[in-house]
Design a protein. Structure first.
Ligand code: TMP
Ligand code: ASP
Length: 238
């Protein structure tokens, strides 16, 4: 299997057609963006680490019964995935308050939620990913009510599986964003799960181990991603 024509170029990944109409190759690039693409930098090895990190997480989620688009790693920077018809909605779960929630509601960072808080955002950089509700999803027909219910349920299950996995290696899964798509009429988890799209705090020290290091200019971004990968036992080819 190899990458043929470019299908789609995102901020951090490119998708390529293959000789199988049901499969695409995702190439994870070193590009690292913040503030809806306002800032973009290349961080050496970030693409390869995220590709392999994402493969590990998607396999764990698949083993836990969550349908994902992931098929296999192709090489250090590329994976083969199912070609989904993506739904332009970002599903966010928060176990602790951070980021936009803190700014929006003026609450203290680190406040815990039990049960976890579920939020939706429209995937649209020009509009800065505005917050939406399930009613917007239905009204604009981005997804049906049944599809939205499935995405909600799967997102909370992803949280349960990954929160426990990260806790076991000394990390708090503070929040994350995932995206879904349709494949032959069924909902599958797509896009990626990596430190680019979640917040991970060291339980002992509170140190940030995710893309907030880049957003906040803290440095050591790739080193933090490596540390998280190594804690999970991922043998990185990068
Ligand atoms: P937020 O605090 O900026 O709303 O983000 C919540 C979590 O979701 C955080 O881990 C970052 C992630 N996220 C993205 O990766 N991309 C996005 O476009 C959005 C809205 C959130
Ligand atoms: N909202 C994400 C961030 O702030 C997306 C991006 O701009 O890349 O990093």
């Amino acid at each position: 299997m190899k990458a043929l024509d470019l299908l789609y170029q995102g901020k951090a990944k490119s998708a390529y057609l293959t000789d199988d109409p049901d499969l695409v190759v995702l190439r994870f690039r070193d590009d690292t963006s913040a503030f809806d693409g306002e800032v973009i930098e290349q961080l050496v090895d970030k693409g390869a680490i995220n590709n392999q990190f994402n493969g590990f997480i998607m396999e764990a989620l698949g083993a836990a019964g969550i349908p994902t688009h992931f098929e296999k790693l192709l090489n250090a920077n590329e994976s083969v995935v199912k070609r989904l018809d993506m739904i332009p909605v970002e599903c966010v779960v928060r176990n602790q308050a951070a980021g936009s929630l803190v700014r929006r509601l003026g609450i203290e960072e680190g406040l815990s939620f039990d049960p976890p808080l579920f939020e939706l955002f429209l995937k649209n950089d020009e509009l800065h990913d505005p917050m939406i509700t399930e009613h917007h999803v239905e009204a604009f027909r981005w997804a049906t009510r049944a599809e939205m219910a499935t995405m909600h349920d799967l997102t909370l299950r992803v949280n349960e599986v990954l929160r426990a996995m990260f806790f076991d290696v000394g990390l708090l899964l503070v929040d994350f964003k995932i995206e879904f798509g349709r494949f032959h009429g069924e909902i599958f988890l797509g896009d990626e799960f990596s430190p680019d799209g979640c917040r991970l705090w060291d339980i002992e020290t509170g140190e940030k181990k995710d893309k907030d290091r880049f957003r906040q200019g803290l440095g050591g971004v790739v080193e933090a991603y490596r540390d998280v990968s190594e804690r999970l036992g991922i043998k990185l080819d990068a």
